[in-house]
Design a binder for this molecule. Sequence first.
Ligand code: FA5
Length: 361
Amino acid sequence: MNSSDWEKALEKVAHEVSSENFSAALTEEDLESLRIRFLGRKAPLTELLKSIKELSLEERRLLAPKAQQIKSQLEAQIEARALEIEKLRFDAELKTQSLDLTLPPLLPLRGRSHPLTKMQDQMAHILGLMGFSWAEGPLIEDDEHNFTALNIPEHHSARDMQDTFYVEGGQVLRTHTSPVQIRAMRKQKPPLRIICPGRVFRHEAVDATHSAAFHQVEGLYVDQNVTFADLKGTLEEFLKALFGPQIKVRFRPSYFPFTEPSAEVDLSCLFCSGTGLASDGRPCGICKKTGFIEILGAGMVHPNVFKAVGYNPEIWSGFAFGIGIERVAMLKWRIKDIRNFYSNDIRFLAQFEDTELPLLA
Ligand code: FA5
């Protein structure tokens, strides 16, 4: 199309627009038909704007603003009419409905923290009273922090303990909060006492107690002459503050490449009071009849980890632990399925009223 045909076509559109009576549109549907007719993908104005690239630069400079002006004018007219239609609808509604001013007002919905945030805060609060301060690290980690510096070299079978999501460029979604230990120790000289709460990711099949994205709180304590007894005492004290003095805590020998010796820590099952049997006498489905549920991994920091961050293992010793926040929350509030936390069901989320923060005995 040459420029004079183009201009004529535009004038035709302008004429059609100016002779259209937008006030004749009485409903949103009427207005939508008008919008499609004038501004839709196949509308003459849209076609014209698409074909403008066939004109010379000079012609485009002259004609494009005219077309744009018609388009903006159309959009403004349609928007103005939409507001009028809305008002017409509202007025009609007011005529048919009566207003009862004696009705009690609707109370505004109050937002609250997610139960996992509440649990994380409670845990951080207790550990804070014990002298641990908060540290953070990135969710996308490099191999060095997530594995190598934690004494898990490449091709080591321990990498299979945590199925990993790999990101482009060789990075990973962190599989645990332990890499923050490395970051904290490389930044700070010992002694040091930190916790790192945060989200972690594993390529795992999701079921009632496993999620592919979940939360942990890492703890790390480094000083001179730290012993396994310090680790036991700290964790027992922490878990009793969180669950109450009646809770039973069990340490089982385990293996983590970054701690030696290592342990897994179980809590007596709160669903069956540690009996292993549900109220109907059948085996407890949560603890699988064992009376205990695993909630954390822990151990004494491995000398290779100290070497990787430049701490002398002959001078410094320490313990570390990693707790699953979901698992603790499930036990504390008797939640049988981890997926409830992520379902965004307000009926579930609204059950967790603010409770007082626990104190140490
Ligand atoms: C670890 O992640 C170690 N980094 C913990 C650690 C830290 C050990 C420091 C020693 C020193 P593990 O894979 O066992 O360990 O996970 C720790 C806790 O996270 C488990 O006890 C459990 O409570 C929770 N957890 C593990 N996998 C899942 C999952 N898929 N869904 C929900 N919680 C999980």
